[in-house]
Design a binder for this molecule. Structure first.
Ligand code: WTA
Length: 584
């Protein structure tokens, strides 16, 4: 059947034919693939990722883990990962966790974390992974709002040479909530409960997990994904877009705290029984050769990383890079924020040696898996284009915004129903060229993207506004060479402050954000002004602040924008103040 064609993501005419089929009869298309990928119709992810693969090849390596320091490396086979999963599942069962219960996971990038996710799936619990770099206040809110009965964590973790006291953070976070802590450090000592040998019967539409992500409101959004749709879509996209083979060695540098770490570290690669490489350090510690050494040692074939990491590594020059052999690489990928041309070229030439196609994949927590990605032909690579829709997806552009005109692809989060209309609004700005290739240009809503991490500006503002000296604030993203964007916060104060006082308020803003959200939301600079530009109805004109924040001297405004500001004189003041922005 043409649907399974191995050139599906390579040959443009075959791609077009399959795509046309998938759009013409989506039900037939998805049902066909569902029956191929889930022949037993079992939708428990723990079964699909573990039991099935253990039956085929128990001693195949599932995970190779690299730690923060050079000497740290562990290898976990599929049978061992199943055993770890069953042991953690046993502890969950002993704590009364049953199908549908919510469990928070706050863990670093270690094999135990993947076992913890699969253990939740095994018993049918809904996991809620919280990025381990969030502050205990942010963690606390997510534990509480998800009504978790158990939090799985480890005592400490280390990243970039720093020790993070995870257990301490978790204990702070749960304070007097009625929540139990399960320490996964001791998984080998856990005893096996017979009930964890089996797996919960999960239906196609049962909730598999939830994940919080930033939106344009004060509160993070809780996204839900279902067992069948999510696994089907993440597995399908992985299979075609990365053109996977059984002996691939897959290295995705994301973190389980984000959706990429769910779909393309954990669920899709293990679904296909691949060998994965995970790394709990940073690409720069103790030097910028970590990724390249790992790729060389493990003969990695697929590298899936983030533009911020690529820009950062590119800025180091090629001295480290030239020490290693990267010829095992076959496909490169990136996700999380727009690429820029020089980083794209560097990735293509210096890492892929012009042999590897770059999968600049565009998608979101809400979409469950990749929505846009380029085809695999080297001759036809367009830098920074996410290019083509995956099968079954009908993208379009409406007022510069990327929209998806159908909501019937299986990966879409169950938060979005057809009752709210047929169109899915992405919140991203995009363009389409004459070949029908899409290019993403960044967010159009009040969400910024710092190092590939989504952050709602109103989440930040609500923290800043709790300071006594602050009257009002507006956070915006401004471009940054490596991080993509950084936060610039405009504030008005209740009284006039001296320069010394401004410095100390800036420090307080930074430490309050660190405490309430986490280090990823730390601002780059704070600008003290007398008045925010607002419309008659009181809405802050962020585009004016953005124009000023981004300006390198000359600012041009759209006349309409200026007319709508209640007091245009405040703009001159802001232009002056930006020169005195206080760097954090
Ligand atoms: C951005 C991450 C440009 C975009 C999987 C999106 C991208 C948000 C790309 C989702 C890309 C993701 N090019 N921008 N290839 N991929 N984005 O939910 O703004 O953490 O809306 O999911 O990241 O972030 P999220």
């Amino acid at each position: 059947m043409l649907f399974d064609h191995e050139l599906a993501w390579k040959d443009p005419s075959i791609y077009r034919e399959i795509y046309a089929n998938s759009i013409a009869s989506p039900e037939k298309f998805w049902e066909y693939h569902c029956s191929k990928l889930f022949p037993e119709q079992v939708f428990n992810a723990s079964f699909n990722c573990l039991d099935r693969n253990v039956k085929k090849n128990p001693n195949k390596t599932a995970i190779v883990w690299y730690g923060d320091e050079y000497c740290e490396r562990r290898e976990i086979t599929y049978i061992k990962l199943l055993e770890m999963t069953q042991k953690i599942a046993s502890e969950l069962i002993r704590r009364g966790i049953r199908k549908g219960d919510s469990v928070t996971i706050c863990m670093p990038m270690i094999p135990e974390s993947i076992a913890a996710m699969l253990a939740c799936c095994r018993v049918g619990a809904v996991h809620n992974v919280v990025f381990s770099g969030f502050s205990s206040a942010a963690l606390s809110e997510r534990i509480f709002r998800s009504s978790s009965k158990v939090v799985i964590t480890v005592t400490t973790s280390s990243r970039g040479g720093k020790i993070i006291p995870l257990l301490k953070n978790v204990l702070n976070a749960i304070n007097d909530m009625n929540v139990e802590v399960l320490l996964a450090d001791y998984v080998d000592d856990f005893s096996l409960d017979e009930r964890a040998i089996c797996y919960a019967d999960m239906k196609y539409n049962d909730t598999m997990f939830t994940l919080y992500t930033s939106g344009s409101t004060k509160e993070p959004k809780r996204i839900f994904h279902t067992c069948g749709g999510y696994q089907l879509y993440s597995a399908m996209t992985f299979k075609y877009i990365f053109d996977i083979k059984e002996d691939d060695v897959h290295f995705c540098t994301s973190d389980i705290g984000w959706i990429t770490g769910h779909s393309y570290i954990t669920y899709a690669p293990l679904f296909f029984g691949l060998k994965l490489v995970i790394f709990s350090g940073t690409p720069m510690y103790p030097n910028g050769g970590r990724y390249w050494e790992i790729i060389d040692d493990e003969k990695v074939t697929i590298l899936y990383s983030a533009p911020t990491a690529i820009r950062c590594l590119a800025s180091l020059g090629d001295e480290q890079l030239n020490r290693y052999n990267l010829s095992s690489l076959r496909v490169l990928g990136c996700v999380g924020e727009p690429m820029n041309e020089s980083a794209w070229q560097w990735y293509f030439e210096n890492i892929g040696k012009k042999r590897c196609p770059i999968m600049d994949t565009w998608w979101q927590t809400e979409t469950g898996g990749i929505i846009l990605a380029p085809l695999h032909n080297i001759e036809y690579q367009k830098p920074c284009f996410a290019s083509k829709p995956f099968f079954g997806i009908i993208p379009g552009i409406e007022n510069d915004e990327l929209i998806i005109k159908n909501k019937n692809w299986p990966g879409l989060s169950s938060n979005f129903s057809k009752n709210d209309g047929e169109i899915y609004h992405t919140g991203d700005k995009a363009m389409i060229d004459n070949d029908g290739d899409f290019r993403i240009l960044g967010r159009i809503d009040d969400v910024v993207n710092i190092c590939g991490h989504r952050l709602g500006t109103s989440e930040v503002e609500s923290v800043v506004n709790t300071l006594g000296e602050i009257e009002e604030s507006a956070a915006i993203g401004i471009p940054h060479r490596i991080k993509g964007q950084v936060l610039c916060i405009f504030v008005t104060t209740t009284t006039d402050l001296t320069d010394e006082q401004k410095k100390s308020v800036t420090e307080e803003i930074s430490s309050r954000i660190r405490q309430d959200i986490g280090a990823i939301a730390k601002p780059d600079r704070v600008v003290f002004i007398h008045e925010l530009p607002k419309t008659r109805s009181g809405k802050i004109k962020r585009n004016i602040l953005k124009a000023i924040g981004e300006s390198k001297g000359v600012i041009s405004y759209n006349g309409k924008d200026l007319d709508s500001v209640i007091n245009p004189a405040c703009i001159k003041d802001i232009e002056k103040s930006i020169k005195y922005a206080i760097r954090v």
